[in-house]
Design a protein around this ligand. Structure first.
Ligand code: SAM
Ligand code: SF4
Length: 331
């Protein structure tokens, strides 16, 4: 198999794989899952060895960037082993991680040593009581301690991710931005996506657009749109006088679909071709039926790529049309 083989039917080069390593989490963020969520039984999820096999196959086929996410990836037992295996595979340029930050106070040095170069840390508020309402867990200080611990280490980049909900935390836009920029971290504000059925709130009522975010922040900062291309839904803005950037993630916009460079491996081993569509291929059965045959997995990945749709169709008014939860799909 040649490298850079992963080109989809619309000519897009797919060199970015996101892997959800667990659907479990120590938080219960109201926009992500209900409090009494049922997690998948162990036999239905990929083992770490299976995940590493898929990752190595993708790297062999030209994947340059792998992001590990979940659920909360750092609550998966032996995750450091898998991170190190993936990071040390020839051909990979970047191993990155998305975490809720709860384990960073003790794991940050191990992550750096394992080969993780960049970390996105989710933080939606700087108020402890509000943190409890949003995550349903009393771990605000633990997360802040984790962010401080990580920011002392030479990671290539740290970024805060904040999901903004109207009338829940949108009064903290500036405070969250200042918190991040003061610590030499970027920040991205995320629009809520209609993934999974939740009962806490009506997503159409809490929806805050990225345009509103930028308008509010422009009252505090001089922002200029960066031409940085991410291949995803993030648009970055330079902040006059600061080294770091402010991003907005607008999944509702179709503008980024034509440069989409990514696919996702779900916790159950489905290769998901688009976050907003159900097009997918079951790689778990291929892996489990062909333990020694690497060619079978490569062929299955090529077949899957042919299914990648041109664009997604999120629509809050008709939500939830995507029943998967973000935690299972590697949001
Ligand atoms: N547990 C880790 C964390 O929270 O960073 C990794 C997984 S989490 C699913 C990845 C990102 O998705 C987080 O930044 C989270 O805030 C975001 N997220 C979860 N549900 C979402 C939703 N319905 N809409 C938009 N973002 C969501
Ligand atoms: Fe857990 Fe992340 Fe979902 Fe929050 S957003 S419940 S931390 S998986």
């Amino acid at each position: 198999m040649t490298t850079n083989a992963l080109i989809d039917p619309f000519g897009r080069k797919i060199d970015y794989l996101r892997i959800s390593v667990t659907d479990r989490c120590d938080f219960r963020c109201t926009y992500c899952m209900d409090e009494d969520v049922t997690f998948l039984p162990k036999e239905r999820i990929l083992s770490l060895e299976e995940i590493v096999r898929v990752a190595k196959t993708f790297i062999k086929m030209g994947t340059k960037h792998i992001r590990i996410t979940g659920g909360e990836p750092l609550v998966r037992k032996n995750i450091l082993w898998a991170l190190e295996e993936i990071a040390n595979t020839d051909g990979l340029e970047e191993l990155t991680l998305t975490t809720n930050g709860s384990q960073l106070y003790k794991m940050a040095p191990d992550l750096l040593n394992a080969g993780v170069s960049r970390i996105n840390i989710s933080l939606d508020t700087l108020k402890a009581d509000r943190f409890f309402s949003l995550t349903r867990k009393d771990k605000f200080q633990q997360v802040i301690d984790g962010i401080e611990a990580a920011s002392q280490l030479p990671f290539k980049r740290l970024k805060i991710n904040s999901v903004m909900l109207k009338n829940h935390n949108d009064d903290e836009l500036y405070d969250l931005a200042k918190f991040s920029l003061d610590r030499n971290m970027d920040i991205s504000f995320i629009e809520e996506m209609p993934l999974g059925v939740i009962t806490d709130h009506d997503r159409a009522e809490t929806y805050l657009s990225s345009d509103d975010v930028i308008e509010q922040l422009s009252q505090h900062y001089q922002l200029s749109l960066s031409d940085m291309k991410t291949g995803g839904p993030t648009r970055y803005y330079h902040v006059a006088g600061a080294n770091n950037k402010i991003g907005v993630i607008s999944p509702h916009s179709h503008n980024f679909c034509d440069t989409c460079n990514r696919v996702r491996l779900t916790v159950e081993g489905r290769l998901l071709l688009c976050l907003g569509n159900e097009h997918s291929k079951d790689l778990k059965s291929v892996i489990r039926n062909t333990t020694q045959d690497s060619g079978a997995l490569e062929s299955a990945i090529m077949e899957a790529l042919a299914l990648k749709p041109q664009q997604h169709h999120f629509d809050l008014a008709e939500a939830p049309q995507i029943l998967r939860f973000m935690s299972a799909t590697g949001g």
